[in-house]
Design a protein around this ligand. Sequence first.
Ligand code: RFL
Ligand code: PHB
Length: 396
Amino acid sequence: MRTQVAIIGAGPAGLLLGHLLLRAGIDAVVMEDRSRQHVEQRIRAGVLEQGTVDLLVASGVGERLLRQGLRHHGIDLLFDARRHHIDLSGPTGGRAITVYGQHEVVKDLIAARLAAGAPTLFQVSGVALHGFDGNKPSVTFAHGGRRHTLHCDFIAGCDGFHGVSREAIPPAALQVFERSYPFAWLGILAEAAPAAQELIYASHARGFALFSMRSPQITRLYLQCRPDEDLGQWPDARIWQELHARLETGDGWRLNEGPVLQKSVTPMRSHVVEPMQYGRLFLAGDAAHIVPPTGAKGMNLAVADVRALARALAAHYGERRDDLLAAYSVTCLRRVWRAEHFSWWMTALLHRFPGQAPFMARLQQAELEYVTASPAAAATLAENYVGLPFATFEGT
Ligand code: RFL
Ligand code: PHB
């Protein structure tokens, strides 16, 4: 088997890269270790930046997103039992976020890929990367009970944080930056109409809480919990009680309850490897970097990476230019570190840290008051939250 680009992983990064390459006339094979059903039902991110939406629409996979996505022009910050509105669009020239599940983006991309007859292999196993430090990379794997070798020009490691691609790079060639946080998020998906139009990020003495949604019928909610939290200790009634306590402010606004469709605990970490390239292997998305979900940046970073990679590969094949490929890591890391800072800042602003010193609590309070009182500070939050334009990070 032979292709131009072997793409490992069918998450948002791998699928969108495959899609953009297809549009540029570049062959790729996408291989994924889980089933199609699994990746289409995996509940994760829900907030798409303006640039992510623009790219999906411009590349022909935005039809359902435009029809079903919920466009939001603001978010609320809740503290001291009061909600404070942050306008996202005013300070950003009309940019906004769109709430549309990551798994819906994945479904749209898989549908486009299958309609085009582009090779997509689910339930592969034993994926191993070879020869990417030279000119003849290949990927070996098992699929349908047989071993295969896929020869290629480039490998795109889009296999997430627990994938094999980053691990295939000699450790001495990578610099790792990481921070873990002393808490996690307990997330639920509930069959209940969202009781508010916009997202609510709550700083509460009992811990952080987030009110979000997926559709006019489905509410998505998160609670700060311990990193080793046992879901068995969290029957639905306890989760609702805690959500009511952290999100309601005594002004009559009530959260709508409904059957809990899904429950999970997500650890919180920041993690970056540099560079995002080794020879002919390019890392993209969670394979190269993780942010805590507080800033809603993970999937959007994955999208920005593969946009840069697709453009660089198009320049390689179409114009025999390799300057964009050579600059890939540096270009992506500028946005990555901006998002790492923003996600860390939002996380530090809104969570209770175990054993938190009173000094830190006062700093959080001062920052919350500043962000909600100062138009300049609110604009900084807004421009980061809706996502800085791609061009911001493209200069040399
Ligand atoms: P993914 O989605 O993890 O996809 C990687 C794919 O690779 C497959 N794979 C392999 N395939 C073949 N061989 C192997 N050896 C393989 N090993 C793994 C996996 O099965 C998988 O299909 O990474 P990608 O594409 O880089 O996408 C990144 C995003 O998924 C992630 O950053 C976001 O979900 C993060 N995130 C959020 N991001 C946002 O932009 N906005 C949000 O609102 C947001 N909220 C969140 C989030 C992540 C969360 N969790 C569960 C971590 C909320 C949560 C709770
Ligand atoms: C979500 O809807 O899942 C969501 C929204 C905002 C975040 C993280 C997750 O910051």
